[in-house]
Every structure is written in structure tokens, then in C-alpha cells.
Design a protein around this ligand. Structure first.
Ligand code: FAD
Length: 415
């Protein structure tokens, strides 16, 4: 069995290590941080006295790799599945509320039902789907959909921001289509929104670490890779702050780091350039006596926030492509985002509950057509080095699903 060193314990590195450990390889997983999860991590917030996520994450029932990963690590129960593809929305400008409710099968009957479809949808707007399906490499979303239609504001714009974290006028049409082809185009059975019941760590991270350790894998936190030394076309050692680790040409090194960090170690690598931020505001609330026990999702339109993730004791607001909020102080943003959440959920707007604002400045790479063309495959110029990460060329948007598939692909190439 091969000795495999995986650097980066985000979703890509974890999925890679889980796959390798399952196949009986000797795995060592390193991360610079004191914990795993990367951009999908949780921590205990002293101020809120809650374990919170850096940012709320949504999976879909179409995410076959994520679901298979959860099954392997025994954590399917840690994900809440509402059992139907239903998406409640609140328009904060008009006060209008509706729920998009997709039928499970492939035939989209929901599009013909005014109570189940997106308001303002005209059947001729569906031409946007055809144009997205045929979009060329250089096309952006707004080349394919009508910006003047009500459907743009109520569907295409929020969907693009949620899936690609990039404004529709810059976002790759092909990447959006790929997500639609795997979910919406296959019917509501593939569009159920799945949310970590408690937090990301409890669902996606802690069970994976336990799985790897139980199969003899070693996990080293606080291990930042400073350099990769090369000899005769192979990586010959990994330099950590703590010291170095020798590699033979038969060993494998999987670099599962964010794009700029991977490029710093492998300077010949071409990688996507530029990122977009995601901002999350978490509010600690007292569970309502008759409130739902399961987390749920509410879409917001016409405000600053885009999505609410509502848990019994935590209400979180997500703002995608949030680069414009970089300089807004938390003391201003928290009351503003709480006011929107309170309106949408019919809660008192005052007092503002204890809140925490988390800004992820490099949440995902900017998912433009130019950057999509810069995504490298899993192989590198070095014989024993492979790549993984949501930014590598999976054909998918930069998501948990993409990261997991990239990790599994790298693991499969380690044999
Ligand atoms: C706020 C937010 C919300 C999001 N929402 C969603 C969502 O709803 N649905 C969804 O599917 N996706 C979402 N995403 C995207 C998703 O989180 C990422 O696609 C995924 O987590 C990326 O995983 P990764 O393993 O590729 O990279 P990362 O998670 O970035 O992992 C890389 C790891 O490498 C480590 N590292 C870096 N440099 C070094 C070094 N030199 N040496 C050792 N270790 C190093 C880092 O500490 C990190 O743990 C969101 C992201 C954010 C930030």
C-alpha cells in the first residue's frame, strides 16, 4: 500500500484521506490550522456561548459525492433533510412571501402551478435554460438570461450568487448550468436542501477525523507546509515549520490547499485568480417553545442578506459576493441584518440578540469564465504530487460537493 501525505484538511483533503484510509493506504493528513474543516469549519464562540460555523453551508440531495462521504463516515444522521424541495422566500421590499415547491419527478409540473413556482415566471423565460445549456466557455450568466424579466431578480440573480458566489454579469454560465443539470433538471428529488443539523464539524469534519484515525491514519494540526523540495521530477521532501518529511518517488503527496497557497508551493501551477467574500451574521436566540426543531432555510430578496439559516437557538444570515461589505463595521451590519431576519421571521427587531459577524474574504475563487479556464486537473508536473481542492477542474462550482469529488479523484490516482 502507498504512503500518502495529504496537506490541507478542508473538505477536499478530508475526503481524500477518508477514501485512502478506507482503501487501506497509510495516510498522514496535515493542516496549518489547529483544526480541520478549512472554509467549512465550526468553533465554540465564547460571546454567543454556541458552537457556530464560520459560514452556513447548504448541500443538495443531488450532491452524490457529499452524501456518499457522509454515509462512509457514518454521519448521514447529522444532516437535516426536509423531505421535499421547498424554498420559502420573503421579498423585503414588497413584503410578499412565496414558496417554490418542486415536485420530485423529472417532469417539472411545479412550473405550471402559480402557487409552486417563482413569481413572475413566464414560460418564455425558460429559454434562459436552453441558452445556459448551450453556453460557450466565455459566456457569463447574463449573456443567457433576460435581466429585465422578474425572473432575474426572483430567481437567476439569487441562484447565481448562491451557487457561484459571483455576480451574474461576471459568473460563468457553464458552471451554473452544470449545477442545474445535476439538480433542477433532474427534478425535485435532487433539489432537497440539506443543512447540518447541529454544525458543520459535527456532520462533515469530526466523524471523518475519527474514521481516518480508526484506520491508522495520522492527523497533524499546526503543520504549515513552507516548501516542497523537488528532485528528478518528484517531490523529495515536505518542509514544515516543525521540520521536514522525506518522500520517495513511490510515496504520494496530495496538495489540497486553497489556490494561492498551492501556487506558492508549486510555482509553475496556473490557478484561478481573485476571490469573492461571503459574510455571515449569527444571532444567538432562545428556542421558541413551539418552534421547529430542525434547521430550515429562508430566501431573502430586496435587502442586504440573501439567506437565513434558522436553527432553534441560532439564526444566521448569509450574504454572498459580499466584497462591498468589507469596510462596514460589525456594529452597523449586525443590527441591519437582524432587522431583515426579524422582518422575515416575524420576530421583534429590538433588542438585537447577541451576534457575531464572520467575514470570509476568500470564500471562493471568482467563478468567471476566465478563471474556469485556469483550473488545473489533478496531476502536476511532479510525478508523485497530485492536486485537490474546490478550485481544481472538477467541472463543478466551488462547493463542498466539488471539493469532495476533487479529493476522491486525487485518492483514486494514488493507487
Ligand atoms: C462562508 C462560506 C459559505 C459557503 N457556503 C457554501 C455552501 O452553502 N455550500 C457549499 O457547497 N459550499 C459553500 N462554500 C464553499 C465551501 O466551503 C468550499 O468549497 C470548501 O469548503 C472548500 O474545501 P477545500 O478543501 O477545497 O479548501 P479549504 O477548505 O480552503 O481547505 C484548505 C485547507 O488547507 C489549509 N492550509 C492552507 N495553507 C496551508 C499550508 N501551507 N500548509 C498546511 N495547510 C494549509 C487550510 O488551513 C485549510 O484547512 C462556502 C464557503 C464559505 C467560506
Amino acid at each position: 500500500m502507498t504512503n500518502v501525505h495529504v496537506v490541507g484538511a478542508g473538505m477536499a483533503g478530508l475526503a481524500c484521506a477518508v477514501h485512502l484510509a478506507e482503501a487501506g493506504h497509510t495516510v498522514v493528513l496535515y493542516d496549518a490550522a489547529p483544526q480541520a474543516g478549512g472554509r467549512a469549519r465550526s468553533y465554540h464562540d465564547e460571546g454567543l456561548d454556541r458552537r457556530i460555523d464560520n459560514g452556513s453551508h447548504l448541500l443538495f440531495s443531488a450532491n452524490r459525492a457529499a452524501l456518499s462521504y457522509l454515509k462512509t463516515i457514518g454521519a448521514l444522521d447529522a444532516i437535516a433533510d426536509p423531505g421535499e424541495a421547498a424554498f420559502p422566500f420573503v421579498d423585503l421590499e414588497s413584503g410578499r412571501r412565496w414558496t417554490v415547491r418542486m415536485n420530485p419527478g423529472r417532469m417539472p409540473w411545479w412550473l405550471f402551478n402559480p402557487h409552486a413556482r417563482v413569481p413572475g415566471l413566464r414560460l418564455r423565460d425558460l429559454g434562459g435554460l436552453r441558452r445556459l445549456a448551450r453556453a460557450g466557455r466565455k459566456a457569463v450568466v447574463t449573456d443567457c438570461v433576460d435581466r429585465t424579466a422578474a425572473l432575474y431578480r426572483n430567481f437567476w440573480e439569487p441562484l447565481t450568487l448562491a451557487v457561484l458566489n459571483t455576480p451574474p454579469e461576471q459568473a460563468s454560465a457553464r458552471l451554473l448550468w452544470r449545477m442545474l443539470a445535476e439538480s433542477v433538471m433532474r427534478g425535485g428529488r435532487f433539489c432537497r436542501p440539506l443543512i447540518a443539523r447541529d454544525c458543520l464539524a459535527a456532520a462533515l469534519v469530526d466523524p471523518a477525523l475519527a474514521f481516518i484515525r480508526a484506520r491508522g491514519g495520522i492527523i497533524c494540526f499546526g503543520h504549515r507546509v513552507r516548501a516542497i523540495e523537488v528532485s528528478a521530477g518528484n517531490a523529495s521532501r515536505i518542509d514544515f515549520v516543525q521540520g521536514w518529511e522525506p518522500l520517495t518517488p513511490e510515496d504520494r503527496l496530495v496538495v489540497a490547499l486553497p489556490a494561492p497557497n498551492a501556487r506558492a508551493l508549486l510555482p509553475d501551477l496556473e490557478v484561478p485568480e481573485g476571490h469573492h467574500a461571503i459574510v455571515n451574521a449569527h444571532f444567538a436566540v432562545e428556542p421558541a417553545r413551539d418552534g421547529p426543531a430542525e434547521p430550515r432555510l429562508v430566501g431573502l430578496l430586496g435587502g442586504v442578506g440573501h439567506w437565513l439559516f434558522v436553527r432553534p437557538n441560532l439564526i444566521s444570515v448569509t450574504v454572498s459576493a459580499a466584497d462591498g461589505l468589507a469596510d462596514r463595521p460589525a456594529a452597523m451590519l449586525l443590527p441591519e441584518l437582524w432587522a431583515e431576519a426579524a422582518r422575515a421571521l416575524a420576530l421583534p427587531s429590538r433588542p438585537v440578540p447577541p451576534g457575531r459577524l464572520i467575514r470570509e474574504k476568500r470564500a471562493t475563487y471568482a467563478q468567471t469564465p476566465a478563471n474556469a479556464a485556469r483550473r488545473p486537473g489533478p496531476r502536476t508536473a511532479l510525478g508523485n504530487v497530485l492536486l485537490a481542492g474546490d478550485w481544481t477542474d472538477t467541472g463543478l462550482p466551488a462547493t463542498i460537493e466539488g471539493a469532495i469529488r476533487s479529493g476522491e479523484r486525487a485518492a483514486a490516482l494514488c493507487d
